[in-house]
Design a protein around this ligand. Structure first.
Ligand code: COA
Length: 186
């Protein structure tokens, strides 16, 4: 079951983020090892207030989180070694993470599919995302979900210790959706 997060979920959400930070540390990755503790309580709080954060539950336990940001991302203004697929309006997937006991059970894939559905229902047909080169799980997941590797971006977040990221873009054919699937989507 997937639903929007509310403020009373924050403590549980932070346990999912803690698992991700631990995984990155173990893998010697600097992702989410920011000097200010990003992603932290304030990040989650802001995502919830904007109604961008969604939770995936398995047997009533929080199994995964995703933020679907609905504003252009500063870090995506410049792309190196390639190009975005287009310059249309896009949403961005951020802060996707799964509780460690639920790894590899399709929790993230469900969240990404859900994000696709929300995006298209809003009349937006493009989603962007980024991840570190060493994050094999996330790179594979994005490719499996049909994202295209477009180039390199550098996160503008000042607290980030290693800002280089692989830039991904998934573009939907809006004409196809309008003609065939719109009744299903709305
Ligand atoms: C990346 C992450 C969200 C994947 O979550 P998950 O629920 O385990 O992923 P799913 O079970 O939905 O897997 C879907 C696909 O992703 C890929 N994948 C997931 N975990 C993988 C792993 N450990 N190694 C290789 N591929 C992996 C596979 O292609 C998988 O499909 P398959 O199982 O049919 O092979 C999870 O590993 C996680 O929380 N990592 C820490 C946080 C993180 O990296 N967030 C992204 C920051 S940019």
């Amino acid at each position: 079951m997937i639903r929007k997060a509310n403020l009373s979920d924050i403590d549980t959400i932070l346990t999912v983020i803690a698992d991700a930070k631990e995984l990155f540390r173990k893998n010697n990755s600097l992702q989410w090892q920011d000097t200010d503790g990003y992603p932290h309580r304030r990040t989650v709080h802001a995502d919830i207030l904007k109604e961008w954060l969604y939770l995936n539950f398995r047997s009533n336990r929080l199994a995964g989180i995703i933020t679907l940001a609905q504003e252009p991302d500063e870090s995506y203004r410049v792309i190196h070694e390639g190009n975005w697929l287009n310059n249309r309006k896009y949403y961005t997937i951020h802060r996707l993470a799964v509780k460690k006991e639920f790894y590899r059970q399709g929790v993230a894939q469900e969240l990404v599919d859900y994000a696709f559905e929300i995006t298209r229902r809003s009349g937006v047909f493009d989603i962007r995302c980024d991840t570190a080169a060493e994050n094999i799980a996330m790179n594979r997941l994005l490719e499996k979900c049909g994202f295209v590797r477009c180039g390199i971006i550098y996160l503008v977040r000042g607290s980030c210790l290693e800002p280089k990221r692989i830039a991904y873009h998934k573009s939907f054919d809006n004409k196809l959706i309008k003609s065939n699937n719109i009744k299903k989507m709305v």
